[in-house]
Design a protein around this ligand. Structure first.
Ligand SMILES: [Ca+2]
Length: 316
């Protein structure tokens, strides 16, 4: 069993991922932290608390960053995740029984101290909270050994701009801080998540289940699938965050990965937030690239097997 801390900007697909993590025995969720991203951090924390309480999770939940580390005010697109950030599902307020009175960065440091060398950090949103944690405690990478992030793209277009993915663009400076640290960093980017689709048949199966996880997915997913329909050309949605959970819970679903050097674009006129990955072979890159952080990029997954397993788990 892999112990994980999940940082999330719930978000429909993030909620779908968090629920999947909470019902998967291969991983133990020891803590959850929230960040601005898909919606503001209050709505994110509300949606996250709802998911945790409905599934009976007793893990601590900490509210995190409301804006990027450079202070940039966030902008939100309610047409994607709904005004509530959960597909306009109109869910009743949670009790916030898991909420602790420390920041996301502080809870992260505490959990890593309690589980040195054992935790995998799963980032489903901007990397703001982890950047703040490592700025508070620069020794963190010695005890937190692996970071798995849904964000960016290596050889794929962006989703907010032609080259930038949402989580990367929400806080490029934080992503640059985190990626530059000395830990194993795994990117689960749009390369693999954008074409991993939860479709109309999957929704139908989920609707027939009375499990708490299935009921939440059935409530949140439809409007997100409406948003994706013209993008995908069929009714469905990209499984960004759920696939990232699967990379940790079911590593056998990963069919290919590559070690690449990567920088995050901070200043480009049209390219801010792009994860610039050096996929060249045999070229002389100069020190800017030969010294760039070396990360693991997931480049292929068993999409069909993943979707099958996701639906099985959520409906069980
Ligand atoms: Ca997200």
């Amino acid at each position: 069993m892999t112990k994980v801390i999940i940082d999330t900007d719930t978000g429909v697909d993030d909620g779908m991922g968090l629920l999947y993590a909470l019902v998967s025995p291969e991983i133990q969720v020891v803590g959850v932290t929230t960040s601005f991203g898909n919606v503001d951090v209050e709505k994110v924390t509300r949606n996250t608390a709802i998911c945790m309480e409905r599934l009976g999770s007793t893990a601590p939940l900490a509210r995190g960053a409301e804006r990027a580390i450079a202070g940039e005010a966030p902008t939100f697109n309610p047409q994607i995740h709904g005004h509530d950030g959960f597909g306009n599902a109109n869910l009743p307020d949670p009790e916030y029984s898991n909420l602790v009175d420390v920041s996301a960065a502080e809870l992260t440091i505490r959990l890593v101290d309690e589980n040195p060398g054992e935790l995998t950090y799963i980032g489903l949103g901007p990397l703001t909270n982890l950047a703040l944690a490592v700025l508070l405690d620069p020794s963190l990478p010695q005890r937190l050994t692996r970071v798995v992030w849904m964000g960016g793209a290596a050889a794929h277009h962006g989703n907010v701009t032609p080259v930038a993915e949402a989580d990367a663009l929400h806080d490029p400076e934080a992503a640059a801080v985190v990626i530059g640290e000395n830990w194993e960093f795994v990117q689960v980017g749009l390369d693999v998540t954008d074409e991993t689709v939860f479709g109309v048949d999957d929704l139908q199966t989920v609707r027939q289940s009375s499990s708490p996880a299935a009921q939440l997915v059935a409530a949140g997913a439809p409007s997100y699938m409406d948003f994706y329909e013209p993008i995908l050309g069929r009714y469905g949605c990209a499984m960004h965050s759920p696939l990232t959970i699967a990379v940790v819970a079911h590593p056998e679903l990963v069919l290919a990965e590559q070690k690449y050097r990567m920088h995050v674009e901070l200043t480009g006129t049209y390219t801010r937030g792009m994860t610039v990955v050096d996929r060249r072979v045999g070229r002389v890159g100069g020190p800017v690239w030969s010294n760039a952080p070396l990360i693991t990029v997931i480049t292929d997954v068993d999409r069909a097997a993943f979707i099958t397993r996701y639906v099985q788990r959520i409906t069980a």
